[in-house]
Design a protein around this ligand. Structure first.
Ligand code: ACO
Length: 411
Protein backbone atom coordinates (compact mmCIF):
# COMPACT_ATOMS: atom_id res chain seq x y z
CA UNK A 1 0.00 0.00 0.00
CA UNK A 2 1.29 3.43 -0.89
CA UNK A 3 0.78 6.26 1.48
CA UNK A 4 -0.26 9.60 0.13
CA UNK A 5 2.14 12.29 1.36
CA UNK A 6 0.56 15.65 2.00
CA UNK A 7 2.61 18.69 0.93
CA UNK A 8 3.19 19.55 4.59
CA UNK A 9 4.69 16.11 5.28
CA UNK A 10 7.16 16.24 2.37
CA UNK A 11 10.79 16.18 3.38
CA UNK A 12 11.77 19.81 3.90
CA UNK A 13 13.94 21.24 1.14
CA UNK A 14 14.81 24.12 3.46
CA UNK A 15 16.69 23.85 6.78
CA UNK A 16 14.66 22.59 9.76
CA UNK A 17 14.01 24.94 12.67
CA UNK A 18 16.82 23.42 14.69
CA UNK A 19 19.31 23.94 11.86
CA UNK A 20 18.03 27.46 11.37
CA UNK A 21 18.37 28.22 15.07
CA UNK A 22 21.94 26.93 15.05
CA UNK A 23 22.80 29.14 12.06
CA UNK A 24 21.00 32.20 13.38
CA UNK A 25 22.98 35.29 14.35
CA UNK A 26 21.06 38.37 15.44
CA UNK A 27 21.93 41.32 13.23
CA UNK A 28 23.68 38.82 10.90
CA UNK A 29 26.75 39.14 13.13
CA UNK A 30 29.59 37.02 11.78
CA UNK A 31 27.52 35.86 8.80
CA UNK A 32 29.27 35.91 5.43
CA UNK A 33 26.86 37.65 3.07
CA UNK A 34 28.77 37.41 -0.19
CA UNK A 35 32.07 37.80 -1.97
CA UNK A 36 33.75 41.03 -3.02
CA UNK A 37 36.94 42.16 -4.72
CA UNK A 38 36.35 45.78 -3.66
CA UNK A 39 37.43 45.80 -0.04
CA UNK A 40 38.75 43.63 2.74
CA UNK A 41 38.46 44.27 6.48
CA UNK A 42 40.58 42.42 8.96
CA UNK A 43 41.14 43.28 12.60
CA UNK A 44 44.43 44.93 11.78
CA UNK A 45 43.92 46.06 8.19
CA UNK A 46 41.49 47.89 5.91
CA UNK A 47 42.22 47.34 2.24
CA UNK A 48 40.67 48.86 -0.91
CA UNK A 49 41.39 46.62 -3.90
CA UNK A 50 44.72 45.58 -2.43
CA UNK A 51 45.84 48.98 -1.09
CA UNK A 52 46.01 49.47 2.68
CA UNK A 53 44.19 52.50 4.14
CA UNK A 54 47.22 54.17 5.80
CA UNK A 55 49.05 53.97 2.47
CA UNK A 56 46.08 55.50 0.63
CA UNK A 57 45.55 58.23 3.26
CA UNK A 58 49.19 59.22 3.02
CA UNK A 59 49.87 58.94 -0.68
CA UNK A 60 46.64 59.00 -2.70
CA UNK A 61 44.04 61.66 -3.46
CA UNK A 62 40.31 61.07 -3.19
CA UNK A 63 39.97 61.23 -6.99
CA UNK A 64 42.58 58.46 -7.33
CA UNK A 65 40.76 56.33 -4.75
CA UNK A 66 37.44 56.97 -6.49
CA UNK A 67 38.97 55.79 -9.77
CA UNK A 68 40.46 52.74 -8.03
CA UNK A 69 37.08 51.76 -6.60
CA UNK A 70 34.98 52.48 -9.69
CA UNK A 71 37.29 51.49 -12.53
CA UNK A 72 39.05 48.71 -10.62
CA UNK A 73 42.73 49.64 -10.76
CA UNK A 74 45.16 52.39 -9.80
CA UNK A 75 44.98 55.11 -12.49
CA UNK A 76 48.01 56.21 -14.48
CA UNK A 77 48.38 59.97 -14.94
CA UNK A 78 46.46 60.06 -18.21
CA UNK A 79 43.57 58.00 -16.84
CA UNK A 80 43.42 60.23 -13.78
CA UNK A 81 43.26 63.44 -15.82
CA UNK A 82 40.52 61.94 -17.99
CA UNK A 83 38.57 60.83 -14.90
CA UNK A 84 38.89 64.21 -13.17
CA UNK A 85 37.72 66.00 -16.34
CA UNK A 86 34.73 63.65 -16.61
CA UNK A 87 33.72 64.33 -13.02
CA UNK A 88 34.12 68.11 -13.28
CA UNK A 89 32.05 68.11 -16.49
CA UNK A 90 29.20 66.31 -14.68
CA UNK A 91 29.02 68.52 -11.58
CA UNK A 92 26.12 70.76 -12.65
CA UNK A 93 22.58 69.66 -11.83
CA UNK A 94 19.54 69.32 -14.08
CA UNK A 95 17.19 72.27 -13.34
CA UNK A 96 14.60 69.80 -11.96
CA UNK A 97 17.03 68.72 -9.23
CA UNK A 98 18.11 72.28 -8.47
CA UNK A 99 14.54 73.42 -8.24
CA UNK A 100 13.70 70.55 -5.84
CA UNK A 101 16.65 71.47 -3.60
CA UNK A 102 15.58 75.12 -3.67
CA UNK A 103 12.07 74.10 -2.66
CA UNK A 104 13.31 72.07 0.31
CA UNK A 105 14.15 75.08 2.49
CA UNK A 106 10.81 75.14 4.31
CA UNK A 107 10.96 71.41 5.17
CA UNK A 108 14.53 71.78 6.40
CA UNK A 109 13.63 74.87 8.44
CA UNK A 110 10.61 73.14 10.01
CA UNK A 111 12.61 70.02 10.92
CA UNK A 112 10.31 67.78 8.90
CA UNK A 113 13.30 66.98 6.74
CA UNK A 114 16.98 66.78 7.56
CA UNK A 115 19.67 67.10 4.88
CA UNK A 116 19.95 63.31 4.49
CA UNK A 117 16.25 63.17 3.59
CA UNK A 118 16.58 65.92 1.01
CA UNK A 119 19.66 64.23 -0.43
CA UNK A 120 17.80 60.90 -0.67
CA UNK A 121 14.93 62.50 -2.60
CA UNK A 122 17.30 64.53 -4.78
CA UNK A 123 19.12 61.32 -5.76
CA UNK A 124 15.77 59.81 -6.78
CA UNK A 125 15.11 62.83 -8.99
CA UNK A 126 18.64 62.56 -10.39
CA UNK A 127 17.55 59.13 -11.60
CA UNK A 128 14.72 60.67 -13.64
CA UNK A 129 17.19 63.05 -15.28
CA UNK A 130 19.80 60.39 -16.07
CA UNK A 131 19.62 59.07 -19.66
CA UNK A 132 20.96 55.69 -18.46
CA UNK A 133 18.62 55.32 -15.49
CA UNK A 134 17.01 52.00 -16.48
CA UNK A 135 20.15 50.50 -18.06
CA UNK A 136 22.03 48.12 -15.74
CA UNK A 137 24.83 47.31 -18.20
CA UNK A 138 28.39 47.69 -16.93
CA UNK A 139 29.08 50.66 -19.20
CA UNK A 140 25.88 52.48 -18.19
CA UNK A 141 26.51 51.75 -14.51
CA UNK A 142 29.98 53.24 -14.73
CA UNK A 143 28.63 56.37 -16.42
CA UNK A 144 25.95 56.68 -13.72
CA UNK A 145 28.52 56.19 -10.95
CA UNK A 146 30.56 59.10 -12.24
CA UNK A 147 27.51 61.33 -12.55
CA UNK A 148 26.44 60.50 -8.99
CA UNK A 149 29.95 61.12 -7.69
CA UNK A 150 30.06 64.48 -9.47
CA UNK A 151 26.56 65.67 -8.61
CA UNK A 152 26.09 64.67 -4.96
CA UNK A 153 28.48 67.39 -3.66
CA UNK A 154 26.58 69.92 -5.75
CA UNK A 155 23.32 68.85 -4.11
CA UNK A 156 24.94 69.07 -0.66
CA UNK A 157 26.42 72.50 -1.43
CA UNK A 158 23.19 73.90 -2.87
CA UNK A 159 21.24 72.57 0.10
CA UNK A 160 23.52 74.41 2.53
CA UNK A 161 23.18 77.59 0.48
CA UNK A 162 19.39 77.24 0.71
CA UNK A 163 19.63 76.73 4.49
CA UNK A 164 21.89 79.80 4.79
CA UNK A 165 19.58 81.85 2.54
CA UNK A 166 22.23 82.77 -0.04
CA UNK A 167 22.35 82.45 -3.82
CA UNK A 168 23.46 79.02 -4.98
CA UNK A 169 27.22 78.86 -5.34
CA UNK A 170 28.32 77.30 -8.61
CA UNK A 171 24.81 77.02 -10.00
CA UNK A 172 25.98 76.84 -13.61
CA UNK A 173 29.07 74.65 -13.27
CA UNK A 174 28.59 72.89 -9.93
CA UNK A 175 31.34 74.92 -8.27
CA UNK A 176 34.79 75.91 -9.42
CA UNK A 177 36.21 73.56 -12.09
CA UNK A 178 39.76 74.28 -10.91
CA UNK A 179 39.05 72.86 -7.43
CA UNK A 180 39.43 69.22 -6.37
CA UNK A 181 36.40 67.19 -5.28
CA UNK A 182 37.15 67.91 -1.59
CA UNK A 183 37.98 71.62 -1.99
CA UNK A 184 34.98 72.18 -4.25
CA UNK A 185 32.65 70.52 -1.75
CA UNK A 186 33.87 72.87 0.99
CA UNK A 187 33.68 75.86 -1.35
CA UNK A 188 30.11 75.16 -2.43
CA UNK A 189 28.91 74.64 1.14
CA UNK A 190 30.66 77.59 2.75
CA UNK A 191 31.36 80.05 -0.07
CA UNK A 192 34.99 80.01 1.08
CA UNK A 193 37.82 78.43 -0.89
CA UNK A 194 39.76 76.31 1.60
CA UNK A 195 43.50 76.50 2.14
CA UNK A 196 45.75 73.63 1.07
CA UNK A 197 45.84 71.93 4.47
CA UNK A 198 42.10 72.19 5.10
CA UNK A 199 41.37 70.81 1.62
CA UNK A 200 43.77 67.91 2.23
CA UNK A 201 42.13 67.05 5.58
CA UNK A 202 38.75 66.95 3.84
CA UNK A 203 40.29 64.91 1.01
CA UNK A 204 41.67 62.32 3.46
CA UNK A 205 38.37 62.13 5.33
CA UNK A 206 36.70 61.31 2.00
CA UNK A 207 39.31 58.60 1.34
CA UNK A 208 38.61 57.10 4.77
CA UNK A 209 34.85 57.15 4.22
CA UNK A 210 34.93 55.84 0.64
CA UNK A 211 34.48 52.12 1.22
CA UNK A 212 33.96 49.60 3.98
CA UNK A 213 32.96 46.19 2.67
CA UNK A 214 29.50 44.84 3.70
CA UNK A 215 28.48 47.61 6.13
CA UNK A 216 24.74 48.25 6.52
CA UNK A 217 24.34 50.84 3.76
CA UNK A 218 26.50 48.99 1.24
CA UNK A 219 24.67 45.76 1.99
CA UNK A 220 21.41 47.65 1.40
CA UNK A 221 22.64 48.77 -2.01
CA UNK A 222 23.59 45.16 -2.81
CA UNK A 223 20.20 43.81 -1.71
CA UNK A 224 18.42 46.37 -3.90
CA UNK A 225 20.67 45.88 -6.93
CA UNK A 226 20.44 42.11 -6.38
CA UNK A 227 16.80 42.30 -7.48
CA UNK A 228 18.15 43.83 -10.72
CA UNK A 229 16.77 47.19 -9.69
CA UNK A 230 18.71 50.23 -10.93
CA UNK A 231 21.64 52.14 -9.44
CA UNK A 232 19.68 55.25 -8.37
CA UNK A 233 17.17 53.10 -6.48
CA UNK A 234 20.01 51.28 -4.73
CA UNK A 235 21.79 54.53 -3.82
CA UNK A 236 18.58 56.09 -2.49
CA UNK A 237 18.25 53.00 -0.25
CA UNK A 238 21.89 53.29 0.79
CA UNK A 239 21.33 56.89 1.86
CA UNK A 240 18.37 55.77 3.97
CA UNK A 241 20.51 53.16 5.71
CA UNK A 242 23.47 55.48 6.23
CA UNK A 243 21.28 58.13 7.86
CA UNK A 244 20.73 56.07 11.02
CA UNK A 245 22.71 57.04 14.14
CA UNK A 246 24.09 53.51 14.52
CA UNK A 247 25.75 53.92 11.12
CA UNK A 248 26.76 57.12 9.27
CA UNK A 249 24.50 59.36 11.34
CA UNK A 250 26.93 58.80 14.21
CA UNK A 251 29.33 61.48 12.96
CA UNK A 252 26.68 64.13 13.62
CA UNK A 253 25.63 62.58 16.93
CA UNK A 254 29.24 62.32 18.11
CA UNK A 255 29.69 66.06 17.73
CA UNK A 256 26.34 66.77 19.37
CA UNK A 257 27.48 64.64 22.30
CA UNK A 258 30.74 66.57 22.65
CA UNK A 259 28.80 69.83 22.56
CA UNK A 260 26.55 68.45 25.29
CA UNK A 261 29.55 67.54 27.46
CA UNK A 262 31.08 70.98 26.94
CA UNK A 263 27.75 72.66 27.81
CA UNK A 264 27.67 70.60 31.00
CA UNK A 265 31.27 70.93 32.21
CA UNK A 266 32.37 74.26 30.68
CA UNK A 267 35.83 75.01 29.30
CA UNK A 268 37.37 74.79 32.77
CA UNK A 269 35.92 71.32 33.27
CA UNK A 270 37.79 69.86 30.29
CA UNK A 271 40.65 67.70 31.52
CA UNK A 272 39.07 67.36 34.97
CA UNK A 273 36.91 64.83 36.79
CA UNK A 274 33.79 66.70 35.59
CA UNK A 275 34.06 64.84 32.27
CA UNK A 276 34.45 61.50 34.10
CA UNK A 277 31.30 62.31 36.05
CA UNK A 278 29.37 63.11 32.85
CA UNK A 279 30.54 59.84 31.32
CA UNK A 280 29.69 57.84 34.43
CA UNK A 281 26.13 59.17 34.29
CA UNK A 282 25.95 58.08 30.65
CA UNK A 283 27.20 54.60 31.60
CA UNK A 284 24.76 54.39 34.51
CA UNK A 285 21.84 55.17 32.23
CA UNK A 286 23.12 52.70 29.59
CA UNK A 287 23.39 55.52 27.09
CA UNK A 288 25.17 54.64 23.85
CA UNK A 289 28.00 57.03 23.17
CA UNK A 290 28.04 57.89 19.50
CA UNK A 291 31.24 57.48 17.54
CA UNK A 292 32.30 54.50 19.67
CA UNK A 293 32.18 50.77 19.04
CA UNK A 294 32.09 48.77 15.85
CA UNK A 295 30.52 45.52 14.70
CA UNK A 296 33.73 44.28 13.08
CA UNK A 297 36.64 46.10 14.72
CA UNK A 298 37.05 45.11 18.32
CA UNK A 299 40.58 46.52 18.77
CA UNK A 300 39.95 49.89 17.18
CA UNK A 301 39.03 51.39 13.81
CA UNK A 302 42.15 52.18 11.73
CA UNK A 303 40.45 55.18 10.18
CA UNK A 304 39.78 56.87 13.53
CA UNK A 305 43.46 57.27 14.43
CA UNK A 306 44.30 58.69 11.00
CA UNK A 307 41.56 61.31 11.12
CA UNK A 308 42.17 62.17 14.78
CA UNK A 309 45.83 62.89 14.01
CA UNK A 310 45.06 65.06 10.98
CA UNK A 311 42.16 66.91 12.59
CA UNK A 312 44.17 67.67 15.72
CA UNK A 313 47.14 68.94 13.70
CA UNK A 314 44.89 71.23 11.68
CA UNK A 315 43.08 72.44 14.82
CA UNK A 316 46.39 73.61 16.32
CA UNK A 317 46.72 76.11 13.44
CA UNK A 318 43.17 77.50 13.58
CA UNK A 319 42.63 80.90 15.24
CA UNK A 320 39.43 81.90 17.03
CA UNK A 321 36.75 79.86 18.70
CA UNK A 322 34.32 77.26 17.40
CA UNK A 323 31.02 77.01 19.26
CA UNK A 324 32.71 78.86 22.13
CA UNK A 325 35.90 76.80 22.35
CA UNK A 326 39.29 77.14 20.66
CA UNK A 327 39.73 74.34 18.11
CA UNK A 328 42.44 72.42 20.06
CA UNK A 329 40.17 72.30 23.13
CA UNK A 330 37.60 70.23 21.22
CA UNK A 331 40.29 67.69 20.49
CA UNK A 332 41.48 67.78 24.11
CA UNK A 333 37.93 66.99 25.20
CA UNK A 334 37.60 64.31 22.53
CA UNK A 335 40.81 62.62 23.61
CA UNK A 336 39.69 62.65 27.23
CA UNK A 337 36.36 61.06 26.30
CA UNK A 338 38.20 58.41 24.24
CA UNK A 339 40.49 57.62 27.16
CA UNK A 340 37.61 57.22 29.61
CA UNK A 341 35.70 55.02 27.15
CA UNK A 342 38.70 52.78 26.69
CA UNK A 343 39.59 52.56 30.38
CA UNK A 344 36.08 52.03 31.70
CA UNK A 345 34.40 50.17 28.83
CA UNK A 346 37.24 48.91 26.65
CA UNK A 347 35.44 50.41 23.64
CA UNK A 348 37.43 52.21 20.93
CA UNK A 349 36.31 55.19 18.83
CA UNK A 350 35.24 54.62 15.24
CA UNK A 351 35.93 57.02 12.35
CA UNK A 352 32.79 59.03 13.10
CA UNK A 353 34.19 60.28 16.40
CA UNK A 354 37.17 62.32 15.11
CA UNK A 355 35.13 63.23 12.03
CA UNK A 356 32.71 65.20 14.21
CA UNK A 357 35.46 67.40 15.72
CA UNK A 358 37.31 67.74 12.42
CA UNK A 359 34.31 68.92 10.41
CA UNK A 360 33.19 71.16 13.30
CA UNK A 361 36.49 73.03 13.30
CA UNK A 362 36.14 73.39 9.50
CA UNK A 363 32.94 75.32 10.30
CA UNK A 364 30.75 72.78 8.51
CA UNK A 365 27.18 72.71 9.88
CA UNK A 366 26.64 69.46 11.82
CA UNK A 367 23.60 68.19 9.81
CA UNK A 368 25.81 68.06 6.70
CA UNK A 369 28.34 65.58 8.15
CA UNK A 370 26.42 62.50 7.02
CA UNK A 371 25.65 63.96 3.56
CA UNK A 372 29.43 64.52 3.18
CA UNK A 373 29.88 60.85 4.09
CA UNK A 374 27.54 60.09 1.15
CA UNK A 375 29.63 62.31 -1.15
CA UNK A 376 32.46 59.86 -0.47
CA UNK A 377 30.74 56.49 0.11
CA UNK A 378 28.95 56.85 -3.23
CA UNK A 379 32.16 55.42 -4.71
CA UNK A 380 32.03 52.27 -2.58
CA UNK A 381 28.29 51.83 -3.09
CA UNK A 382 28.58 52.13 -6.87
CA UNK A 383 31.54 49.72 -6.96
CA UNK A 384 29.45 47.17 -5.05
CA UNK A 385 26.35 47.75 -7.19
CA UNK A 386 28.43 47.13 -10.32
CA UNK A 387 29.94 44.02 -8.74
CA UNK A 388 26.47 42.75 -7.78
CA UNK A 389 25.04 43.37 -11.25
CA UNK A 390 28.13 41.77 -12.78
CA UNK A 391 27.63 38.44 -11.00
CA UNK A 392 24.12 38.54 -9.61
CA UNK A 393 22.13 36.23 -7.43
CA UNK A 394 19.07 37.49 -5.57
CA UNK A 395 19.89 38.14 -1.91
CA UNK A 396 17.18 36.47 0.11
CA UNK A 397 17.95 35.06 3.59
CA UNK A 398 15.64 32.97 5.78
CA UNK A 399 14.08 33.80 9.11
CA UNK A 400 12.98 31.95 12.22
CA UNK A 401 9.24 32.21 12.74
CA UNK A 402 8.27 33.38 16.24
CA UNK A 403 4.56 34.03 15.68
CA UNK A 404 1.53 31.97 16.77
CA UNK A 405 1.15 28.30 15.78
CA UNK A 406 -1.05 27.59 12.75
CA UNK A 407 -4.73 28.31 13.46
CA UNK A 408 -8.01 28.38 11.53
CA UNK A 409 -9.44 31.70 10.33
CA UNK A 410 -12.95 30.42 11.07
CA UNK A 411 -11.91 28.28 14.02
N1 ACO B 1 28.46 53.19 23.80
C1 ACO B 1 28.21 52.45 24.89
N2 ACO B 1 28.21 51.11 24.89
C2 ACO B 1 28.47 50.50 23.72
C3 ACO B 1 28.73 51.21 22.54
C4 ACO B 1 28.72 52.61 22.61
N3 ACO B 1 28.95 53.34 21.53
N4 ACO B 1 28.96 50.34 21.54
C5 ACO B 1 28.84 49.12 22.05
N5 ACO B 1 28.54 49.22 23.37
C6 ACO B 1 28.30 48.10 24.28
C7 ACO B 1 26.87 47.64 24.15
O1 ACO B 1 26.02 48.32 25.02
C8 ACO B 1 27.00 46.19 24.47
O2 ACO B 1 27.11 46.05 25.85
P1 ACO B 1 26.37 44.85 26.61
O3 ACO B 1 26.98 43.59 26.04
O4 ACO B 1 26.69 45.10 28.05
O5 ACO B 1 24.93 44.97 26.28
C9 ACO B 1 28.34 45.80 23.87
O6 ACO B 1 29.11 47.00 23.85
C10 ACO B 1 28.22 45.27 22.45
O7 ACO B 1 27.58 46.25 21.67
P2 ACO B 1 26.53 45.98 20.54
O8 ACO B 1 25.64 47.17 20.37
O9 ACO B 1 25.85 44.65 20.75
O10 ACO B 1 27.49 45.85 19.30
P3 ACO B 1 27.05 45.81 17.81
O11 ACO B 1 28.12 45.11 17.08
O12 ACO B 1 25.66 45.29 17.65
O13 ACO B 1 26.98 47.36 17.42
C11 ACO B 1 27.52 49.52 16.88
C12 ACO B 1 27.96 48.06 16.82
C13 ACO B 1 26.10 49.67 16.33
C14 ACO B 1 28.45 50.35 15.99
C15 ACO B 1 27.57 49.99 18.32
O14 ACO B 1 28.89 49.93 18.79
C16 ACO B 1 27.01 51.38 18.49
O15 ACO B 1 25.80 51.55 18.64
N6 ACO B 1 27.88 52.44 18.46
C17 ACO B 1 27.42 53.79 18.50
C18 ACO B 1 26.98 54.25 17.13
C19 ACO B 1 28.15 54.46 16.20
O16 ACO B 1 29.15 55.09 16.54
N7 ACO B 1 27.99 54.00 14.95
C20 ACO B 1 29.00 54.18 13.91
C21 ACO B 1 29.58 52.89 13.45
S1 ACO B 1 30.90 53.14 12.29
C22 ACO B 1 30.14 53.61 10.88
O17 ACO B 1 29.02 53.32 10.62
C23 ACO B 1 30.93 54.48 9.96
Amino acid sequence: MTTQTSPAAKPASKPHDAEKAAAFAKGLEGVIGGQTAVCSIEQDKLIYRGYEIHDLAEHATFEEVAFLLLEGHKPDSRELERFKAEIVAERALHPAVTSFVESSGAWLASGRAVPMDVLRTAVSILGHTDPDCQDNSAAANLRKSKRLLAKIPTIVGHMQNVIDGRALIGRELGGDPTLSHAANLLYMMTGRKPGKEEARVMDVSLILYAEHEFNASTFTTRVISGTLSDMHSAVAGGIGALKGPLHGGANEMAMEMLKEIYASVGEKGIGTGAVDEWMQKAFDTKRKLMGFGHRVYKNGDHRAGILMGLGKKMAATLPGTFGGLPAPKWFELGEQVQKIMLTKKNIHPNVDFPCGMTYFTMKIPVPQYTPIFVASRITGWCAHIMEQHGDNRLIRPLSIYTGPAERKWNG
